[in-house]
Design a protein around this ligand. Structure first.
Ligand code: ZN
Ligand code: ZN
Length: 141
């Protein structure tokens, strides 16, 4: 191999390495943004994360209904994310006692992803008994 061929080979290697590094960096960035939560309407940080969720029987219009306990890891915000049909989920603030009761109810259900489950939690949550002082709620972006 002459010197010229070696130099070309090295140049190609450098380009390949750069491409690999750039891809790795993009992946790391994507992973980091996925790990971040939703924006908190109270403190502004992207640290609102969901915990357990429960699928409820469809509402009167036949739209599926899913509740997910959410909380902010940077402030005291506690809430519930409500997803109706294919619409984007919407957050509603809950008092911490109600939030804790919701998490406990989801915990106690033997089949949280089954909307037809007939456990005590499903019956209670399905009746719309959740109390929120935040009926309008906020976007989960
Ligand atoms: Zn917050
Ligand atoms: Zn259940």
């Amino acid at each position: 191999m002459n010197l010229r061929a070696v130099l070309v080979l090295l140049a190609v290697l450098v380009v390949v390495l750069r491409l690999l590094l750039a891809r790795q960096k993009r992946r790391a960035l994507a992973a980091a943004s996925a790990a971040r939560g939703h924006r908190c309407p109270d403190c502004g940080s992207r640290r609102v994360v969901g915990q357990k969720s429960i699928a409820l029987a469809p509402d009167a219009e036949g739209k599926s209904l899913e509740l997910k306990a959410i909380s902010c890891r940077a402030c005291t915000l506690r809430g519930v994310a409500v997803r109706r049909g294919d619409a984007a989920p919407r957050g509603h603030r809950l008092d911490w006692q109600v939030h804790a009761a919701l998490a406990l109810a989801i915990d106690r259900c033997p089949a949280p992803s089954d909307p037809a489950c007939d456990c005590a939690s499903h019956r209670r949550l399905g009746s719309g008994a959740e109390v929120t002082r935040d009926p309008i709620g906020f976007d989960l972006d």
